[in-house]
Design a binder for this molecule. Structure first.
Ligand code: PEP
Ligand code: MN
Length: 265
């Protein structure tokens, strides 16, 4: 397989421009709300990122929701507004693409296309992202195996797009005490099998705000190349996933802990 270490030994480095990288040997910190909500909210998160030297911001404008009646995102207009504010601040945008028709319209405004857990095996979407000259982060499927995640990456890579990032975000197990079960095992295994960078999402991985920091740090120690977690000025008021979202004080602390832990690794 092309994403295998047997094919390429040298770790893949993702260059997002302006000296921002996702790669082995660095620790990418990516934070932001589950959903992009308002201009005021975008400005607050961007300011938080600047204050804490965080160069990549996450957020959804097309949201995959379990209920059709839940908030489904601001769409392309929200992305344009976000891009205007973030690019001025030199902050890179990580956001989910839900279907093939969105790839082109989103293109000028994204730095990393996120493929969500629910679309992890949407092979048409993966095929189309293989033709794009922009980074793609693939999240592990809700009940996806490590091998299936690598196969999904293979779709994009073999299509010609080698700017790929893998993301462990927790899987569904019999355990209901947490939203998902963050599979820490996947991190060293993915790092051993593939040359692609591996990012960990502790927010969706455990789904409980109070335990996000320790799972993030566990991810760092397990060998992750970056952490992506949800933050919001007032998590209780977030349109989605507030229960697993850190406030800015918690986020600032976690960002520095992540960097310190990485230095110690
Ligand atoms: C998200 O990142 O907000 C998200 C919907 O993640 P996942 O696809 O992992 O559920
Ligand atoms: Mn979310």
């Amino acid at each position: 397989k092309l994403v295998s270490k047997k094919w390429k030994v040298k770790p893949t480095s993702i260059d997002l421009g302006d000296n921002v990288f996702i790669k082995e040997g660095e620790m990418a910190v990516i934070t932001g709300p589950c959903s992009i909500e308002t201009e005021e909210q975008i400005r607050a998160v961007v300011a938080h990122c600047i204050e804490n030297d965080i160069k990549m911001m996450r957020g959804g404008v097309f949201k995959p929701r379990s209920s059709p009646y839940a908030f489904r995102g601001l769409g392309l207009d929200g992305l344009k507004l976000w891009h205007e504010i973030a690019s001025e601040a030199g902050i890179k945008i990580v956001t989910e693409v839900m279907q093939t028709s969105q790839i082109e319209e989103m293109y000028p405004y994204v730095d990393v296309y996120q493929v969500g857990a629910r679309n992890s095996q949407n092979f048409n979407l993966l095929d189309e992202l293989g033709k794009v000259d922009k980074a793609v982060m693939i999240k592990r499927g809700i009940s996806g195996t490590i091998e299936e995640l690598l196969q999904s990456a293979e779709y994009v890579f073999s299509g010609g797009n080698e700017k790929l990032i893998l993301c462990e975000r927790g899987i569904r197990t019999y355990e209901r005490a947490s939203r998902n079960t963050l599979d820490l095992n996947a991190i060293p295994i993915l790092k051993a099998k593939s040359h692609l960078p591996v990012i960990v999402d502790p927010s969706h991985g455990i789904g409980i705000r109070a335990y996000v920091p320790q799972m993030a740090l566990a991810g760092v120690m397990a060998g992750a190349d970056g952490i992506i977690y949800e933050s919001h000025e007032v998590p209780e008021k977030a349109y989605s996933d507030g229960q697993q979202t850190l406030d800015f004080a918690q986020s600032a602390r976690l960002a520095s802990w992540i960097r310190e832990s990485f230095e110690m690794r």
